[in-house]
Design a protein around this ligand. Structure first.
Ligand code: ZN
Length: 361
């Protein structure tokens, strides 16, 4: 396919752009989202997920601590195999520091399932961090992220293929601001993409965008996630798109108006597609991303959920019914991920630092 060049870094090595295929840009396969304070005290005794309890656990998905722990390799393997059968090729796994990232186990799961997995580097929100990470300077975080990208992450030689999801709270914490600045610096040096989880406020993405831009980030390779629960106002979305940022709707499959993290009118899959359609009409097809952000058990097929194949199995046919062309589907689910992930011009290269012009202009 013309225009598809470069290599992505996956947990099992570099993958050529032409082999990336249908890609989910924001998922979790092994992840511990349990409350960090409750986690230290041990998991509370909550009821098992059964046919009788499932709806209630899913509806208030963060009340049930066991629901927020993805740690079963056999379940993960079966879910990845289903994704493969649905036509999926690659998954970007964004469980960053604080969410118990598992690069070695992900490599085993990738080999067993045939699904290519890109590992995220960096740190989640302040509340999930240890004291040392919380206190780290921009320079220390820059060194940490650069090492994750060029030599290996979390005690392994498995390299991160993207930085994120970088966790941001509202209001933004100092540690989170420093991590954004460090990520922008590493992006300038390597060309790697950044993915940011914004705080839950409509002003949060613009604040993050300003911090990233002033630290030298490239908006064309930077994803602002979770638009589904952050911004409904089209003018605000257009302002970010016009700056060049990639906006991501990654709650596909969540079809409830009830938001478990506060008051917000969540859209349905149809509503997400209609909004994206209007933004395509404004010329932004290359800046829209879709995913499912599966991070709890009740969204896995094993526990009665839709699984990683939902977009490919159910949403793509819906897109065709709603006037999306094959080319537009391919752009969003394959070509934009290639642009974001395939930053290496040669397979596996350790990117050389780019000249830094910030202090000379
Ligand atoms: Zn996520």
């Amino acid at each position: 396919m013309p225009g598809r060049s470069g290599y992505a870094q996956t947990v099992t090595g570099p993958v050529a752009a032409g082999d990336l295929g249908m890609t989910m840009l924001h998922e979790h396969i092994l992840c511990d989202l349990r409350d960090p304070l409750g986690r230290r005290a041990g998991p509370p005794a909550d009821p098992p997920i059964t046919m009788e309890t499932r709806f209630e656990i899913d509806y208030f998905q963060n009340r049930h601590q066991g629901n927020m722990l993805l740690d079963e390799d056999d379940v993960a393997l079966a879910e990845l195999q289903r994704y493969r059968v649905a036509g999926g090729s690659t998954i970007v796994e964004l469980s960053t520091g604080g969410l118990a990232p598992q690069p070695a186990r992900l490599a085993t799961l990738s080999q067993a399932s045939g699904v290519q997995i890109v590992l995220g580097g960096g740190l989640y929100t302040d509340a999930y961090l240890d004291d040392a990470s919380r206190a780290a300077s921009v320079e220390e975080l820059e060194a940490l992220l650069l090492a994750q990208v060029t030599s290996g992450a979390w005690g392994t030689t498995i390299r991160a293929g993207i930085i994120g999801e970088l966790g941001c709270s509202w209001p933004l914490r100092d540690s989170e601001r420093r991590c954004l600045q460090a990520a922008a610096r590493v992006q300038r040096r390597t060309g790697i993409a950044i993915s940011v989880h914004p705080g839950r406020h409509a002003d949060a993405p613009a604040e993050i965008a300003a911090i990233l831009l002033s630290a030298g980030a490239d908006p064309e390779h930077t994803i602002l996630c979770h638009m589904d629960r952050t911004i409904a106002d089209e003018a605000r979305l257009l302002a970010l798109l016009e700056q060049g940022f990639v906006l991501e709707w990654d709650f596909f499959g969540i079809e409830t108006s009830q938001y478990w993290m506060g008051e917000y009118d969540l859209p349905t899959d149809y509503m997400r597609l209609d909004l994206m359609r209007r933004l395509i009409g404004r010329g932004h097809i290359r800046r829209l991303a879709m995913s499912q952000d599966i991070c709890i058990r009740t969204r896995l097929t094993r526990y009665g959920g839709h699984g990683y194949g939902h977009i490919l199995q159910h949403v793509v046919p819906m897109m065709r019914r709603r006037g999306y062309s094959d080319g537009e589907v391919e752009q969003i689910l394959c070509d934009t991920p290639i642009r974001l992930l395939c930053y290496q011009s040669r397979p596996g290269e350790s990117p050389a630092p780019a000249p830094d012009h910030r202090h000379t202009t």
